[in-house]
Unconditional design. Structure first.
Length: 79
């Protein structure tokens, strides 16, 4: 199974050393988890799983929009 995906395992190295610091830490995931916790605590009770899923997806879409329009966290341009 690993042989099938082996060529794709090191794609991140094509972007140079400038992104290594950001790729090795979990700041983006910690921020996402903190944002989800902060925004979902306000309601505390959701009628069903689909309503909670809608809230989480809308939060993630908002964060994604910030990443697209704001400053770039990772430079994806190959030198």
């Amino acid at each position: 199974m690993l042989d099938e995906y082996y060529p794709y395992l090191y794609n991140y190295k094509a972007f140079g050393n400038i992104n290594n610091k950001r790729l090795k830490n979990t700041n983006a995931l910690e921020r996402l988890n903190g944002e989800l916790k902060r925004r979902t605590k306000k309601a505390r009770a959701y009628p069903d799983d689909s309503s909670l899923l809608r809230v989480v997806v809308s939060i993630m879409m908002d964060i994604n929009e910030e990443w697209i329009t704001g400053s770039k966290y990772i430079n994806m341009e190959v030198d």
